[in-house]
Design a protein around this ligand. Structure first.
Ligand code: NI
Length: 399
């Protein structure tokens, strides 16, 4: 079976590259993935796959039915791009100013289309079905695109038993499959803080309450939550990304707005952070005579990989790609990923696929969400083989 998958992955590789370049050159922001979804639906229809469109926005779902009944396994790819100006100089660079596939979702979509091609040729003898889930709005934290698809029934009719997903990862060499049991990626929440004081002349700060000073101390004070309250071997990140306030160089500001992101791994730590942030921010503000309003918006939960699927996937990779392709990761990453919503509903596993060309200095490889991000297309056959092998192995062992 693995030999057949490998042959078919190569047979369709030129098309995967072509689709990826096409999607890359026409990136679409979260919730606007019209053309990408149309391309996906067209390809799936051409393969004779049953297609459902407009699932949770521009989501597209294909169902590859085996000859015989059996379990249902889901494969998920995301389709949206980021509001960034591409700077790769690639011949197929983004033609949409200010929009770029800087997180590799173009490659995920193309690889899943490749898997669709391979699976549709392997239907005979297949017991069960593979649901191909093309998801919009992965970058739309805190909402995400997965919850909308779940609400629209993507995991039912037929009921999905387990799910797999891939994400390109530039820190690892092309073709490596990297994953771990338990938390792979962190919870990703947002905070909005508004420090308030009172205006006065810049020469007479005692007549006002300085919201800039309050904000400055809050930015520093929040870090003591990470260093002094969260346990040293647990993890949390609080980053203030924007700070806006003030009127003029010689006016004491009465209002400063800040926005930031909060990342955690342990659900219990995620639960504690809203209270800790409010207590710290308000305590500092009140000590200085002002106040601070805190809004905490919970975003993506941690991405939890099912331990049993992890064990099975490690065997699948060893048997299909070769044991040297499998990397069991020691520590999770604190990036957020909305595949976590699926993983909350069904046993799931996300893996990263290395996309750094062999021999390339890791320091020279642009990271995710960088304007020069450029994954190695040579990872595609490995990714297509991984997705297909995981799906077919799951159907076989579950049946
Ligand atoms: Ni991404």
């Amino acid at each position: 079976m693995y030999k057949k998958i490998e042959e078919l992955a190569w047979k369709y590789n030129d098309r995967v590259v072509e689709w990826r370049r096409h999607i890359h050159s026409r990136p679409e922001l979260s919730t606007q993935e019209r053309q990408t979804a149309a391309l996906v639906a067209e390809v799936l229809t051409g393969l004779g796959v049953e297609v459902r469109k407009d699932v949770g926005g521009h989501g597209v779902v294909g169902l590859v039915k085996g000859e015989k009944p059996g379990p249902v396994v889901g494969l998920r790819a995301d389709m949206d791009a980021l509001p960034m100006q591409e700077d790769t100089g690639l011949p197929f660079a983004s033609a949409n100013p200010g929009v770029m596939h800087a997180c590799g979702h173009d490659t995920h979509t193309a690889m899943l289309l490749g898997a669709a091609c391979v699976l549709s040729e392997m239907r005979s003898g297949m017991e069960g079905s593979v649901k191909l889930i093309f998801q919009p709005a992965e970058e739309l934290n805190p909402t995400g695109g997965a919850p909308g698809m779940i609400r629209d029934g993507v995991l039912e009719n037929p009921r999905v038993d387990a799910l797999f997903a891939l994400h390109v990862w530039p820190g690892f060499e092309t073709g490596k499959i990297i994953t771990r049991a338990g938390a792979l990626m962190g919870a990703s929440d947002r905070i909005f803080l508004t420090a308030s004081g009172k205006t006065s002349h810049g020469s007479a700060p005692h007549q006002g309450i300085d919201a800039v000073m309050i904000a400055a101390q809050i930015v520093g004070g929040l870090q003591t939550i990470v260093s002094r309250v969260v346990a040293p071997l647990d993890s949390a990140v609080i980053s203030i990304g924007t700070i806006k306030g003030g009127y003029r160089y010689n006016v004491i500001a009465d209002r400063v707005e800040m926005e930031g992101t909060v990342r955690t791994l342990a659900p219990a730590t995620q639960d504690r952070l809203p209270g800790l942030i409010e207590r710290t921010a308000q305590g500092i503000a009140r000590a200085l005579g002002g106040d601070c309003e805190v809004k905490y918006v919970r975003g993506y939960p941690p991405t939890m990989n099912d331990p049993d699927l992890f064990r099975r996937v490690s065997e699948t990779v060893a048997d299909s790609l070769g044991a040297e392709h499998f990397v069991a990761l020691d520590n999770p990453d604190l990036g957020g990923e909305d595949f976590s919503f699926f993983a909350r509903e069904r046993p799931s596993l996300m893996a990263w696929i290395g996309c750094r060309p062999a021999g390339k200095d890791p320091a020279e490889m642009a990271v995710l969400h960088n304007t020069r991000f450029c994954p190695d297309e040579a990872c595609f056959p490995w990714g297509v083989r991984f997705l297909t092998s995981c799906a077919l192995d799951f159907l076989k062992k579950k049946a």
